[in-house]
Design a protein around this ligand. Sequence first.
Ligand SMILES: N[C@@H](CCC(=O)N[C@@H](CS)C(=O)NCC(=O)O)C(=O)O
Length: 216
Amino acid sequence: MAMLEVWGRRTSSNVQALMWCIGELGLPYNRHDIGHRYGGNETPEFLSMNPNGTVPVLQDGDSGPLWETGAILRYLADRYGKDEFWPKDYQRRASVDKWAEWSKLNIAMAFTSPIFWRVVRTAPSKQDQGAIDSAIAHLDRFLDIAETQLSTQLFIAGDTFTLADIQFGHILFRYFDIPITRKERPNLRRYYDALTNRNAYREHVMIEYEELRVSH
Ligand SMILES: N[C@@H](CCC(=O)N[C@@H](CS)C(=O)NCC(=O)O)C(=O)O
């Protein structure tokens, strides 16, 4: 098996989703620090791999470079995932994919810029508490759906750990770590606590983010 090449800093939430997936699948990789304080994502070489200038980018052997985290995760799952992680049966797979897509759009994207950026990556003097509160209310609606889902099953798409858990769970470390108002959700908390016992989650997601903080 070829070594996966990954471009992207470990503090990027999208890189974290990818690295967590790589860790869960037990794949060999070589990661290059790119983006934010490391720069390197606007060079002609990098832009020729990803014209968006964003991380992560993945290259697997002599395949072309891949970007868009959701597409990369599906590629890895198709190629290396076991059936319980990413079912071969197209209907079961679509059911997992439904929750993966839902998580990316309604959980990860509703958390990272609207909440995490406003709380951690904005100077306290410039923070807009009204905007933060509205973003939390928006996310809450979807976390309530997850809470209901997790009240009858162990993971977000069923009783086994799937690709949907990567898309759903990768922002939960930051969600539970930053100083925001959180509704009591015992099933979500139980789910998150279980994630924190997974080695790949601890290694690739539970990463200190002080270097991203804007303090003034
Ligand atoms: N839709 C893209 C978004 C990629 C993205 O915005 N990546 C951020 C990090 S999470 C980035 O490259 N930021 C610029 C930087 O790190 O310098 C994906 O899901 O991969």
